[in-house]
Design a binder for this molecule. Structure first.
Ligand SMILES: [Mn+2]
Length: 271
């Protein structure tokens, strides 16, 4: 069964970014519950910015699960990523992600690695960067396994990374790992830019996709752009996808309306 989730950002530096709810975790959770979501996805400033006991209580009080936790603050706030030329900074990037895995894991949630994958440029060529990324994915996937949750690796569009920009490129990376605890995060916005056929791309990655960012072609909530969700829903049904559709969308026209728009589209097409 596919479950619904909605994003909450606790990082002021990304204001204007694609998160439905902002700043106030208890209020966001109450609204997620009221609108009928199964879970929230949290974008924290770091792995120790939120008291895990407090988050556990907020989730329990609202009958919500924690769908996933994002790590992009490591890039946005600290300009860290896994393919930097400086080994010390690469290690800091990895430690930042591990810290979030240690926060999310005990709460039953996978950690997302998107912008922290970085990019190759300057002195770092493509194959060197690929080596850095594979090594980090294996290490971080193993770290997540102690909590029985996967690490989620997210291909991004060409303007945000030059590592993996399609689901097929993501699968190729995953197949090159020693371990098997990394799943793909399929983001429908990035896919709309990079895939030839998003539904076909999802079908081809059966078994590899662990999480989906549910959003439209223009990063507005589903239904407010030009993605056709009928073939997407058919593909997810065919591959028996049973993870989350998580609304990583602009709070357009406002957070409440974005949440309501998303859950209406979820109910129309995916459950
Ligand atoms: Mn995303």
């Amino acid at each position: 069964m596919i479950r619904s989730a909605v994003t909450v950002s606790l990082v002021p530096e990304v204001r204007g970014g694609p998160f439905v709810f902002w700043d106030d975790l208890p209020s966001a959770a109450a609204k997620a519950k009221a609108f009928g979501f199964d879970a929230i996805e949290v974008f924290p400033p770091s792995g120790d910015a939120v008291d895990p006991k407090l988050l556990r209580r907020i989730l329990d009080d609202n009958g919500l699960s924690l769908a996933a936790v994002g790590t992009g603050a490591g890039w946005v706030k600290h300009r860290l990523h896994l393919c930097l030329p400086d080994a010390g900074l690469r290690a800091k990037a990895r430690a930042f992600i591990k810290n979030i895995i240690e926060f999310a894991g005990p709460l039953g949630a996978p950690t997302i690695m998107g912008s922290m994958q970085g990019r190759y440029e300057g002195a770092i060529d493509a194959s060197t960067a690929r080596g850095y990324l594979l090594d980090a994915l294996d290490d971080l996937g193993t770290h997540a396994a102690q909590y029985r949750v996967p690490l989620l690796y997210e291909p991004l569009n060409r303007y945000e990374t030059n590592m993996a920009t399609t689901l097929a490129a993501g699968v190729d990376l995953l197949k090159s790992l020693k371990g098997a605890n990394v799943k793909l995060l399929a983001d429908l916005f990035h896919m709309n830019i990079e895939e030839t056929d998003s539904a076909a791309a999802l079908r081809a990655t059966a078994g590899f996709v662990g999480h989906i960012h549910f959003v439209d072609s223009n990063r507005r909530p589903a239904g407010l752009g030009h993605i056709d969700y009928v073939p997407i829903a058919a593909a997810l049904s065919d591959i028996r996808y049973d993870g989350y559709l998580s609304a990583e969308a602009f709070p357009y026209p406002d957070p409440d309306a974005a949440a309501q728009q998303t859950i209406a589209m979820f109910r129309q097409f995916f459950c």
